[in-house]
Design a protein around this ligand. Structure first.
Ligand code: HEM
Length: 427
């Protein structure tokens, strides 16, 4: 058998190792060196390189110092921000709900860098750039990928890309068409479970349109993913919208009264129906203003797939672009000096006229991936708030503490304690 000599101390011959063992040790060492180089590249060289590229183009921000990125800074700022509630009636929620973004934008400008671990994350707050990112159909800005975790959470149209996304969106879209929603409301079916019925119907119609070939529709596995997504994307978003609407209407009783007058004028004691809900003007303005001030999804994220130009800056691949919708909705340069005030009348002439700049109202996103259940969500919210206003006067309980916090969605940190006083005329 071939052997090799390994030399120990001078004059001493160590026991020889077989060649195969030596080869194995050499391969292992090479592998360890590769892993080490990859780790240093991932955790140190690449972030430093990407940071330099961005800074050289005038994008300021925090400095990358460790694997944790800005997590410790964010934690510190959040602790301070959460230590106190906001005064009742104050809608200046950004410093409390998004302290890291608030501070970096204030210090480094509207396009600025923070670090999500070793990944540079650039905050984009100019409405025209937000629109540009969300409208891009060329695949330059992809959704963040959660890998296997995605499947466990919800594997639906919201996380698909390319052909699969286009097909699912084409099939799901008709489920939320006006006529379908109208019928669902008439038969009292506008609940989450019944969306499955609408979805199955839409899938069948799609297959029929393709010569009855069931292979052209969504698979059972994918349907389950879509249902999970509807549940996750649909339930909480609409319920936090309703929650904030109730809280805000308690803070502004004059608007509560105006909204109630409109609802009672439209429906009396009857259950609200589709056409009547579509005509509600004050309630719609109130809901829009709540969506602006208390945007349920506080931020959207995209990742540059290739080196891409945006707003005069060339971003390398692998940069996360954060679009903090809540910050955009509170920006005084966009909405005027009263941006932090509750003034539903700013929506009197529609959403496009409400902001100074061209469109800057993004509670449902923008572009091809805009919320496909936006009309359904607004309908649900109008229905919910109308039925409450028909029956009750709402007041804040003395236990309520105004503490908006961003935990995936914008929520009241300690709950929303309200008192409902039954109206004398309510049945
Ligand atoms: C007030 C309520 C809601 C708000 C504020 C809201 C907000 C949003 C936003 C901002 C997006 C865009 C995400 C992105 O671009 O990354 C989105 C997408 C989506 N929403 Fe909603 N949503 C609401 C209600 C609902 C409901 C009730 C459903 C379903 C029943 C739903 C289903 C979806 C789906 C499937 C997408 C993904 C669309 C795609 O990627 O093509 N949403 N939503």
């Amino acid at each position: 058998m071939a052997t090799t000599n390994v030399v120990g101390s001078p004059g001493e011959v160590s026991p020889s190792l077989p060649v195969s063992t030596t080869m194995m040790m050499l391969s292992l060492s090479a592998l360890l060196v590769c892993c080490a180089v990859y780790a240093v590249e991932w955790a140190w060289w690449r972030p430093r390189r990407q940071g330099r590229v961005l800074r050289s183009q005038g994008v300021g921000g925090t400095t990358y110092c460790s694997l944790a990125g800005d997590a410790p800074l964010s934690e510190r700022l959040e602790r301070v921000a959460r230590s106190r509630p906001l005064p009742l009636g104050c809608h200046d929620v950004v410093p409390r709900a998004m302290p890291l973004f608030y501070q970096t934008v204030k210090q480094h400008g509207k396009t600025s860098i923070t670090w999500f671990g070793p990944v540079p994350r650039v905050t984009i707050t100019k409405p025209q750039l937000v629109r540009e990112v969300l409208s891009n159909k060329l695949g330059h800005f992809g959704k963040l990928k959660l890998g296997r975790l995605q499947r466990r959470l919800h594997n639906g149209v919201g996380s698909h890309e390319g052909e699969k996304w286009a097909k699912h969106r084409r099939i799901i879209n008709p489920a939320f068409h006006q006529e379908k929603l109208k019928n669902a409301l008439r038969t009292g079916k506008a609940a989450c479970d019944d969306l499955l019925g609408l979805l199955l119907e839409s899938n069948m119609e799609h297959c029929k349109g393709n010569g009855g070939d069931s292979g052209t529709g969504i698979t059972t596995d994918d349907l389950i993913g879509e249902c999970k997504l509807f549940y996750v994307a649909g339930m909480e978003t609409t319920s936090v919208l309703l929650t904030w609407t109730m809280v805000v209407l308690c803070m502004h009783p004059e608007w509560q009264e105006r909204a109630r007058d409109e609802v009672i004028h439209a429906f009396g004691d009857r259950t609200p129906e589709y056409d009547g809900l579509s005509r509600l003007r004050i309630v719609t303005m109130v809901l829009y203003e709540v969506l602006r001030l208390y945007t349920p999804l506080t931020a959207l994220h995209r990742r540059t797939e290739t080196s891409t130009e945006l707003g005069g800056v060339r971003y390398p691949a692998g940069v996360v672009l954060t679009l903090p919708l809540l910050c955009v909705h509170h920006d005084k340069d966009v909405w005027g000096p009263d941006a932090d005030e509750f003034r539903p009348e700013r929506f009197a002439e529609g959403v496009f006229r409400a902001s100074r700049d061209a469109p800057a109202f993004f509670p449902f996103g923008w572009g091809p991936r805009t919320c496909l259940a936006q009309n359904f969500a607004l309908l649900e919210a109008k229905m919910g708030i109308s039925m409450i206003l028909q029956r009750f006067v709402i007041e804040l309980s003395p236990a309520y503490s105004h503490a908006p916090v961003s935990v995936g969605l914008l929520k009241p940190e300690h709950g929303a304690q309200v008192r409902l006083k039954r109206l004398p005329r309510a049945s």
